[in-house]
Write a protein that binds this ligand. Structure first.
Ligand code: NAD
Length: 328
């Protein structure tokens, strides 16, 4: 029986783990904690390891994994900026990510867009205290807006398809143009996107080329009242520049499912502890900034897909020497 060790296992993943370990004949060792330097020793004796985006797969950890005999790594997350891919290649390890249903994130992005243009945070806060007045909560209509999609991969395309139903204009920017989306989205330069979009939604991975793609220089090009939505990775947005443009009144609304420095904060209960991310504390206070705890992925379908894709990938690596979701 194939032995796998899975890190960062959450209780809500258990049903999917049971289903697919039974179906695929896997002897699974479950670890609730995230993988990192402190527990990488547990991988001794395993050829295959699964983990999530909150685990530390930096070079020193990967060196120990390789020395322990690990050959195949399968992330149950789509983003893999936590994995040092140069070290993976140098050490001869093989790695795959989980390309689960993009709809979980695209639905969430559209929801944050709608909530932002209709001032939903302010409306909900007011109604909580029996304030049912209208001044200050007037919104805009979707069909009158231009949506700028940065990154037109699986999630960006699905978001564009969903937005198309609202009959606005959709423009997009990607380093590679995707022919199949050109019926709903017009490709433009990044500069044009910043200048013409009323709503900008981010769907690129975190790379050096996308780090702080939303910064002061680019925000200065945007239309007054622009809405910024980030359901990709926190580091795509320079939080300090974002705060500056919220506070000077230029930005009309923000929806953030991810945030710089979120690790250790999002997915944890901090009711009784001090919040260590001051940008988060500031952003939370603004009536037109919605922050959600990196939960766009978190649906019944996606959680099951994440486990299934990762386990099937590990089985395929071991049995066939390849995986259809391998990242090289
Ligand atoms: P994908 O690989 O299908 O698409 C990414 C797209 O970004 C590609 O088309 C690529 O060409 C483009 N891109 C790369 N570099 C670029 C650049 N410099 N400028 C413009 N475009 C660039 O990935 P996906 O499945 O659509 O996921 C996108 C990202 O969403 C993931 O990498 C992950 O970080 C994030 N994500 C977040 C959540 C969440 O819960 N919030 C869940 C899943 C994924």
């Amino acid at each position: 029986m194939m032995k796998v060790i899975a890190f960062a296992v959450r209780p809500d993943e258990q049903a999917a783990f049971e289903k697919y370990t039974n179906e695929l004949g896997i002897d699974m060792t479950y670890v609730n904690e995230s993988l990192g330097m402190e527990n990488v020793a547990m991988t001794q004796g395993f050829e295959t390891v699964s983990f999530l985006g909150n685990c530390d797969l930096s070079r020193p950890v990967l060196e120990i994994l390789a020395a322990n005999g690990v050959k195949f790594l399968a992330s149950r997350s789509a983003g893999f900026n936590n994995v040092d891919m140069d070290a993976v290649r140098d050490l001869g390890l093989r790695f795959s990510n989980a390309n689960y249903s993009p709809n979980c994130v695209s639905d969430f992005a559209v929801m944050l867009i709608l909530m932002s243009i209709r001032n939903m945070k302010a409306i909900m806060k007011r109604t909580e205290i029996n304030d049912y007045s209208l001044p200050g909560i007037q919104g805009r209509e979707m069909h009158n807006l231009t949506f700028g999609v940065i990154g037109t991969g699986r999630i960006g395309c699905e978001t564009a398809h969903s937005l198309a139903g609202f009959n606005g204009r959709i423009i997009g920017y990607d380093v590679y143009e995707n022919e199949s989306i050109k019926d709903v989205l017009e490709y433009v330069s990044l500069d044009t996107l910043f200048r013409e979009a009323d709503v900008i939604t981010l769907h690129t991975p975190l790379f050096e080329s996308t780090y702080h793609i939303i910064n002061a220089e680019n925000l200065a090009k945007t239309k007054p009242g622009v809405v910024i939505v980030n359901c990709a990775r926190g580091e795509l947005v320079d939080s300090d520049a974002l705060i500056e443009y919220v506070e000077n009144g230029h930005i009309g609304g923000v929806g953030l499912d991810v945030l710089e420095g979120e690790l250790g904060i999002f997915h944890n209960n901090h009711r009784l502890s001090t919040l260590s991310n001051h940008q988060l504390a500031i952003l939370e206070r603004h009536k037109n900034v919605i922050v959600t705890p990196h939960c766009a992925f978190y649906t019944d379908q996606a959680v099951s897909d994440m486990v299934e894709v990762a386990l099937r990938s590990l089985v395929s690596f071991v049995e066939n020497g390849e995986s259809s979701v391998e990242i090289k």
